[in-house]
Design a binder for this molecule. Structure first.
Ligand code: ADP
Ligand code: NA
Length: 331
């Protein structure tokens, strides 16, 4: 039987990915590549929506790819590429934008949040149509499953609506309707300083982030300074105790130990003990990860060859889908 197709991507909007990207998405990408036909993309066109410095964007694209590889994305099992190397993404995005309602796009909560922060003049049209480009990314590859964090659920719903709309207008086999793949336990890692907000590499302050490429000493300090609460109980209760629960989620995901067993082990102990041990676990994960990233970055020719090979493979799939949609659209 044919393997299910997987597609996912991350924006090169920072020098380093953050732990939420890793736990919410990247670890699942690595697990899924074994049994699926996976495409993993560095979505640099998406990063243009915030007008990055060109040299910085180019460097971050390469660094993001190196972090995928260091996390275990294996180019012999998955197709690893850069979005702008496959022009079909932008081409399909235009077609899909002509099937998206203005009000429908305006209801995307991530756009509402971001545009509220940037103001009307600071908000690009690209930020508005971002979810349409994301739908194009997914539909281009006849994707069955999209592994992402909780914050992408609404965008995935739009991708599904657009797929169904195309199939209703042009015939039911025009595109595959994708399913979202969200792993509940790690679907949303929270900011260490504001444990009601998601950890994000585009956060205004880095103090609440665990950045994968940061100095381990800085990471340990941020964990020790994480916001908790006024009582002393180490208990998983996201509503009443969001800070402590977030630390337990991270601890569990990186150590492979269940939250229940952690609660048991830390019974009667203080938040300081939990933070100290968690910092050790995180640093123990980051140290070899960072060494692998540096190895990949030290050999840019090999990295570029992997990305060129990935783009070529991706284009052969994307071209077929785009031809079909153009043809049915009268183009
Ligand atoms: P960011 O918000 O850090 O800029 P992206 O928009 O590039 O992240 O998203 C990359 C992937 O990481 C997506 O699948 C997204 O759902 C996931 N992700 C981002 N932040 C988190 C988080 N705090 N917890 C879980 N998953 C996350
Ligand atoms: Na695979």
């Amino acid at each position: 039987p044919q393997q299910q197709r997987i597609f996912s991507g991350m924006q090169p909007t920072s020098d380093s990915l953050q732990l939420g990207n890793y736990l919410g998405a990247l670890t699942h990408w690595v697990a899924l590549q074994e049994e699926h036909d996976a495409l993993y993309c560095v979505v640099d066109l998406h990063a243009l929506t915030v007008n990055p410095d060109p040299a910085v964007l180019r460097e971050r694209t390469r660094r993001t790819a190196a972090q995928y590889l260091a996390a275990g994305v294996d180019p012999s099992r998955s197709t690893l590429f850069v979005q702008s190397h496959v022009p079909e993404h932008a081409e399909l995005a235009w077609v899909l934008s002509c099937h998206t309602g203005f009000g429908e796009a305006g209801r995307m909560t991530q756009f509402k949040d971001k545009s509220a922060r940037h103001g009307s003049e600071g908000t690009t049209v690209g930020l508005f149509t971002y979810p349409v480009l994301m739908a194009a990314d997914i539909l281009l590859y006849d994707t069955n499953l999209v592994p992402v964090g909780e914050d992408q659920r609404q965008h995935l719903e739009l991708s599904r609506d657009l797929a169904q709309r195309l199939n209703a207008r042009f015939g039911k086999d025009t595109v595959v309707v994708p399913e979202v793949h969200i792993v509940k336990e790690t679907a949303k890692i929270y900011d260490l300083q504001d444990p009601t907000a998601k950890m994000s590499k585009s956060a205004e302050s880095p103090n609440g982030l665990i950045e994968l490429l940061d100095d381990p000493k800085v990471v340990a300090k941020r964990i020790r300074s994480a916001v908790t609460d006024a009582d002393r109980e180490i208990r998983f209760d996201p509503q009443a105790k969001p800070g402590v629960s977030n630390l337990l989620t991270i601890f569990s995901a990186l150590s492979g130990r269940s939250v229940a067993s952690l609660e048991q082990d830390y019974e009667g102990k203080g938040y300081g003990d939990l933070k100290k041990d968690l910092a050790e676990v995180v640093v123990g994960f980051l140290t070899p990860f960072q060494a692998r990233v540096h190895d990949y970055l030290a050999d840019p020719a090999s990295l570029d060859a992997v990305l060129a090979d990935g783009a070529e493979k991706a284009r052969t799939i994307a071209g077929v889908t785009l031809d079909r949609i153009y043809d049915r659209s009268g183009l």
